[in-house]
Design a protein around this ligand. Structure first.
Ligand code: HGY
Ligand code: MN
Ligand code: MN
Length: 413
């Protein structure tokens, strides 16, 4: 029996429904933020399913959760597949979770088909991919790849001041798993991540499988503007150091400076904090986040210079600083893995197309360690990072069939 034929569409769909209850929102989405009780519940759920199948489960010092199916050569570097279970605050039930459940379904399908692989095959749920609670995002995979230092990440705080180290300790206490000794990271033969596209191209072109060739570059910043609290009724405009007025000048200039004809540059101000946040006090401090993306690093570089010039020139009379929090270069995936994904999709008679990824994924860090690639499936109207995110059981199963065939080929080469 082939691995693909053992993919169980109903089981996979039901697992999504079970996981969507953990952090489920009234509109049918999920709010399962990194290292929250909901995240811990998802970890326990996955570990419980894994143990019931006789797979081994372990975690590492940044909380990445691994499920291992043994190979005939246990010392061989494993083939790894997975994604993330943390979500945006108003997230969908498929972003990240599909990649984790597809990887787990692949392990189950190999088991059900009685397929032996030389290399172990592993599923992984990376810690804090979204970076919406704790920055930076794709944290667990980046620490695993040696891009970010573990201690630096443990010291990160969320918007309420909670230290990541404490949130991680609480999570691992609520979702206990054997801890792998030593710093995160081990030798991996290859990595393949399944994910919903989070864009409309597959649906528009009527294709089932996205053969992902690359991920665009992404940079994240925090702008901090210092004003001076003052009375809203008595303080003349000429005497004000209004941090929010300065923020609006900066933001307006930045939107202008990042509006490109081809509409390929992505510029987002997603979070703004105004303090003290009182209606009748002139804001004394404003911070806002910037998320900027483009397929070419030199374009990001050039636009970063523009942002810095705007902050330096348009915030007066309020001093302002811009700090770069992340800088992930564009990722090109391994031609061998790309070819394997395309060949297996074809062999399964699934329509497919090569495409880059607009969204960031854990694969961008793991691609630094080993040959890596991604498999996309469509999501309804390309909507994601939204509670109405949707996908079909058929497409999820199709992507998983390609995944299990690719993993088996990689594990036996
Ligand atoms: O932001 C991203 O691209 C990813 O969905 N976290
Ligand atoms: Mn994701
Ligand atoms: Mn996401």
């Amino acid at each position: 029996m082939s691995g693909a034929k053992s993919v169980n569409q109903q089981r996979l769909w039901q697992r999504h429904a079970d996981m969507a209850k953990l952090g489920g929102t009234p509109r049918g989405g999920v709010n399962r933020q990194a290292l929250s009780p909901e995240d811990a519940a998802a970890r326990n759920q996955l570990a419980g399913w894994a143990r019931a199948r006789g797979f081994s489960v372990f975690t590492d010092a940044i909380g990445n959760l691994f499920v291992r199916r043994e190979g005939t050569d246990p010392a061989a570097p494993p083939v790894l597949s997975g994604s993330h279970m943390d979500s945006q605050p108003t997230g969908g039930r498929f972003d990240g979770m599909y990649g984790v459940l597809a990887a787990f379904e692949a392990l189950e399908a190999l088991e059900d088909a009685g397929i032996k692989t030389r290399r172990p095959v592993m599923a992984v749920a990376w810690t804090n991919e979204e970076g919406s609670r704790f920055q930076p995002g794709a944290m667990g995979s980046a620490v695993f790849a040696g891009t970010y230092r573990l201690d630096d990440m443990l010291a990160q705080k969320d918007w309420k001041g909670v230290v990541l180290k404490d949130a991680l300790a609480d999570t691992l206490k609520a979702a206990p798993a054997p801890m792998r000794d030593g710093p995160p990271g081990f030798s991996v033969d290859s990595y393949v991540e399944a994910h919903i596209e989070q864009g409309p191209r597959l649906e528009n072109e009527g294709k089932t499988i996205g053969v992902v060739t690359a991920i665009q570059g992404s940079r994240r910043y925090i702008v901090t503007i210092e004003g001076e609290e003052a009375h809203a009724g008595t303080t003349p405009r000429a005497a004000r150091k209004d941090a929010y007025a300065a923020a609006t000048r900066l933001a307006a200039a930045m939107y202008e400076a990042t509006t490109d004809e081809a509409d390929t540059l992505r510029f987002t101000i997603g979070r703004v904090e105004v303090s003290p946040g009182s209606p009748n006090t002139v804001p004394g401090k404003v911070t806002f986040t910037i998320d900027m993306r483009h397929p070419r690093n030199e374009v990001l570089e050039a636009h970063e210079a523009k942002l810095r010039a705007i902050v330096a020139g348009k915030a007066a009379p309020c001093p302002a600083v811009i700090e770069r929090v992340t800088n992930v270069a564009p990722t090109d995936f391994d031609p061998g893995v790309i070819g394997l994904v395309r060949d297996k999709a074809r062999a399964l008679g699934l329509s497919n197309m090569d495409m880059p990824s607009g969204a960031g994924h854990d694969a961008m860090h793991i691609a630094k360690l080993c040959p890596a690639g991604m498999i996309f499936v469509p999501c309804e109207r390309g909507i994601s990072h939204n509670e109405i995110e949707n996908a079909t059981p058929q497409d999820l199963a199709a992507g998983t069939q390609v995944l299990v065939e690719v993993l088996e080929a990689l594990a036996n080469r």
